[in-house]
Design a protein around this ligand. Structure first.
Ligand code: NAP
Length: 216
């Protein structure tokens, strides 16, 4: 299975591409936006493709043409304005979903935010709510497609070493999770059909990632 990782040069993205390359039968295609980012992926033996999420849908469609699954783990980050929240976290995600459909790819994994419900929008601090709005509507767009999607809602991300243990469910208590463990959950989700057309929250917990996904 070949997987297009959108946001591959991000912190979760880099863990994910490395894990995909380490897994028999899986192969990553890293979607990046700068040529100088390609060497990291070349060293891992992964292909890369240069596309900016502000480009037209056709460019993303072209990147997705020869893959079996797409993972969206891009994001505008906390240091850009609300314009980028709309352009990347909302429109970039929707364009990636539409490009996936146009390319005839069926499997899609979305890295979302911990809580993207309407209630979460209403209760978020004003500085954070535009991001929650963007993630809410991107998730809703995906749910209204026929794609075999999985929506992953991680708790607060850390750069701690992955523990390989999570609590995973439709609703779990708010907490933290290392980015490395999020990448492992994405990898597991891609390989477990039980995650198809489902969304779940994840934080650090007591169950092995394999068991937690299997028990979904
Ligand atoms: P990250 O390190 O900021 O990675 C985001 C990636 O998106 C970067 O590689 C960046 O590219 C890429 N990107 C931004 N604008 C782009 C554009 N116009 N075209 C193409 N790519 C673009 O984020 P992370 O830590 O891996 O987390 C991934 C996502 O998880 C976040 O974006 C957020 O939505 C979500 N999340 C975060 C938290 C949290 O606690 N922070 C919790 C739950 C969910 P460059 O490398 O070129 O800059």
């Amino acid at each position: 299975m070949k997987i297009l990782v959108v946001g591959a040069n991000g912190q979760i993205g880099k863990h994910l591409v490395a894990k995909i390359q380490d897994t028999d039968g899986l192969q990553a295609k890293a979607m990046i936006r700068k040529q100088e980012q390609a060497s990291y992926f070349k060293e891992l033996g992964a292909e890369s493709v240069l596309v900016d999420l502000e480009d037209g849908i056709e460019k993303i469609e072209e990147a997705a043409k020869d893959v079996d699954a797409v993972v969206f783990t891009a994001g505008s980050g906390p240091n850009t304005g609300k314009d980028k929240t709309i352009l990347i976290d909302l429109d970039g995600a929707v364009k990636t979903i539409e490009a996936t459909k146009r390319a005839g790819v069926n499997r899609f994994v979305m890295v979302s935010s911990f809580d993207t419900t309407r209630e979460a929008i209403q209760s978020s601090p004003p500085s954070f709510s535009p991001y929650v709005v963007a993630k809410h509507y991107a998730d809703e767009w995906l749910k209204r497609t026929d794609l075999a999607y999985t929506i992953i809602h991680p708790g607060r991300l850390t750069n701690d070493k992955g523990l390989g243990k999570v609590e995973l469910g439709e609703k779990v208590e708010r907490g933290e999770i290392p980015r490395e463990d999020v990448a492992e959950v994405i990898l597991e989700a891609l390989q477990n059909e039980k995650t198809i057309r489902k969304g779940f929250q994840i934080v650090t917990g007591n169950k092995s990632i394999k068991d937690a996904v299997e028990d979904l």
